[in-house]
Ligand binder design. Structure first.
Ligand code: CA
Length: 219
């Protein structure tokens, strides 16, 4: 899952980026509101982490403009402003959740997982499909009750594919969801991870649709 972090404080931003990376998220980070608006117009993210007090363009303005444009991604506001009126204003401008600094990184990660769950129309914490259970909170995967050890990228790839079983995702789309700006992507990286997943889960679970992309076998 790829997140856009908008935060102008270098120390806070670095702590959030590093903490969420440890939780398996891909995090791209911009430091001002204008850059945030630009990036949101051109790239796809699963969720936006938005500070309010930002140089060049305030967070509330970024959010209002994005929603006016029809941007649907979940938005979690992270800010030091803790007045009730700030929270109400943020939520009414289209934010989905609100966390006041300083906060615990575990709580931030849990709130992100909750928002992503809601976005994909799920209420249960784990994703389940044809005997495979994937738990975003524990990073555990089982098939027919048996634990399967996956690398972080294999896990992220399986998660993306399992969100909508049967939907074909192109290699480009998968790369976009899995890799941030700072990561070097080998041209065959997705194929390598697909190969790893098929070896561990069975070749019948993940299907290669020739010339189009990959998908989890529909139910
Ligand atoms: Ca700030």
């Amino acid at each position: 899952m790829r997140l856009l972090l908008v935060e102008d404080d270098a120390m806070i931003g670095e702590a959030i980026r590093a903490g969420l990376k440890r939780e398996g998220f891909t995090v791209d980070w911009v430091h001002d509101g204008e850059s945030a608006s630009q990036v949101l117009r051109t790239e796809a993210f699963d969720l936006l982490l938005l500070d309010l007090g930002l140089p060049r363009r305030g967070g509330l303005e970024v959010l209002t403009a994005a929603r006016a444009r029809g941007e649907e991604l979940p938005v979690l506001i992270i800010t030091a402003r803790d007045a009730v009126s700030d929270r109400v204003q943020g939520l009414d401008a289209g934010a989905d959740d609100y966390l006041v600094k300083p906060f615990d990184l575990d709580e931030l990660a849990a709130r992100i997982r909750a928002l992503l769950r809601r976005k994909s129309g799920r209420t249960a914490p784990a994703v389940e499909h044809l005997g495979v259970v994937l738990n975003p909170a524990t990073h555990g995967v089982t098939r027919d009750g048996r634990e399967i050890a996956l690398s972080p990228k294999e896990f992220a790839l399986l998660q993306v594919l399992m969100e909508r079983p049967g939907t074909i995702l192109s290699r480009a789309r998968i790369e976009e969801r899995l890799y941030g700006w700072s990561e070097e992507v080998e041209s065959n990286a997705v194929e390598v991870h697909i190969h790893g997943l098929r070896r561990k889960l069975g070749a019948d679970y993940i299907l290669n649709v020739r010339g189009v992309g990959y998908r989890v076998r529909p139910a």
